[in-house]
Ligand binder design. Structure first.
Ligand code: SF4
Ligand code: SF4
Length: 400
């Protein structure tokens, strides 16, 4: 695509990225075929090609307007369009830049800003978030069915077996996962311990910055990223082999630290180091799959929901299915595996109507073969798919 950026955009630090991304797009529209919001709404402006076009118009001088921001906000940043695009257009990077610039020209309403800030601070609040969830779980029995199904069931917490090994890895606890699904990291830590790796987790459940990024608070997100790196740094200097992340939504954020911090003189090298040490849990575990035994595996039928962050963001599609099949599980057929479940970080709170519709479509697609259990790899998808679903939904590590 030819571009004629305004002088103001040409002077911005994002100009080279904007120019190179826009030039790659040949306007073919292949990406619309795999875009969940385009498929649901059938509106060109709610598909990737239309969103790219709206951002291009803005970069070339059109005034930022509420309609434009509405269509950009409806994007799940699932990145299915990037997987489909034959020209390698980095749509999500363009969206990040476009939203950041448009919101400077057209600040969000006070209500919208407060709502977004409140969501992030609540889920990052630690004890307050845990207490609210515990109260909700205790009172769930007296709530109407619709509300009750939105409260995650309390897990019977596994025992953590702390072991010492010379080989050590860091593990990101995450901000909400220790409260909502504690067995994911405990199970991962116990398994890695058996495989000869000692797991180090920080005492404080710090956020990777993804939630603040999703709610248009990039500066707050960067502060969180730096705080997390500061806490990890002594362990990195002591020689940990890897930073293992069990939620792919957080993983895609951690893997991006090198790019996020590239212009920061104090953190650029540290960001690069974190990115180089980052590993998704599946990458660490699959190397040892021959040593893993799951006695009752062959009796169970599993449908695997690969999160968008795992298939389109991290390029780790089909890895969970392969591992579960290797240890004996029967893998069920599913439909529309590329489509998002509608969780998408804070999207389910900010765009509940689209999110609910996508969730229902996804549950139908995952249960066509009547699995015993649905396995996934991200806490957001796990919670989203468990709502109103009779089939249990777990992190895949719980099956191992
Ligand atoms: S983003 Fe890629 S697939 Fe979509 S219109 Fe542009 S070139 Fe075509
Ligand atoms: S990121 Fe997902 S929702 Fe957004 S335009 Fe691409 S395919 Fe559509």
């Amino acid at each position: 695509m030819q571009t004629t950026l305004t002088p103001k955009i040409r002077q911005s630090r994002h100009a080279p990225a904007i120019e190179s991304i826009l030039r790659k797009c040949v306007h073919c529209g292949f990406c619309n075929a795999t875009c969940p919001t385009y498929q649901l709404r059938g509106d060109e402006l709610d598909g990737p090609r239309g969103r790219i076009y709206q951002m291009k118009q803005y970069f070339e001088g059109a005034a930022a307007n509420v309609e434009m921001l509405k269509h950009l906000d409806r994007c799940l940043t699932c990145r299915a369009c990037e997987t489909t695009c034959p020209s390698g257009v980095q749509y999500s990077h363009l969206l990040e830049i476009g939203k950041e610039m448009i919101e400077v020209d057209l600040p969000r309403s006070r209500f919208d800003r407060l709502r977004r800030a409140a969501i992030v601070r609540f889920i990052n609040s630690g004890w307050m978030f845990s207490a609210a969830i515990r109260i909700g779980q205790s009172l769930a029995w007296m709530m109407p069915a619709g509300l009750r199904s939105s409260i995650p069931t309390r897990q019977v917490v596994l025992t953590r077996h702390q072991v010492k090994h010379s080989r050590k890895v860091l593990m990101l606890a995450g901000c909400v996962q220790p409260t909502l699904a504690p067995n994911t990291n405990i199970g991962a830590s116990n398994l890695l311990g058996k495989l000869g790796l000692e797991v180090i987790e920080l005492e404080q459940n710090l956020c990777c910055g993804a939630a603040a990024m999703h709610t248009s608070e990039p500066e707050y997100a960067l502060r969180q990223v730096k705080q997390l790196i500061d806490q990890w740094w002594p362990h990195i200097e002591a020689g940990v082999e890897a930073i293992v992340v069990t939620a792919t939504g957080c993983g895609v954020s951690v893997r991006d630290y090198a790019r996020l911090l590239a212009d920061d003189p104090d953190y650029a090298e540290k960001g690069k180091m974190v990115t180089s040490l980052y590993r998704d849990l599946i990458e660490v575990v699959e190397a040892h799959s021959d040593a893993i035994e799951v006695p009752d595996a062959t009796a169970r039928r599993v449908a695997v929901h690969t999160p968008c962050t795992m298939q389109h963001g991290l390029g780790l599609n089909h890895r969970v299915e392969r591992l579960l099949a290797n240890v004996g599980y029967q893998i069920c057929r599913i439909e529309d595996a590329h489509l998002c479940c509608g969780s998408a970080g804070t999207y389910s709170m900010l765009q509940p109507a689209i999110s609910t519709q996508l969730k229902q479509n996804k549950i139908d697609a995952l249960t066509v073969d009547q699995p015993d259990v649905i396995a996934t790899a991200n806490i957001g998808c796990q919670l989203q798919l468990a709502q109103g679903n009779r089939t249990p939904v777990v992190h895949w590590i719980e099956l191992i």
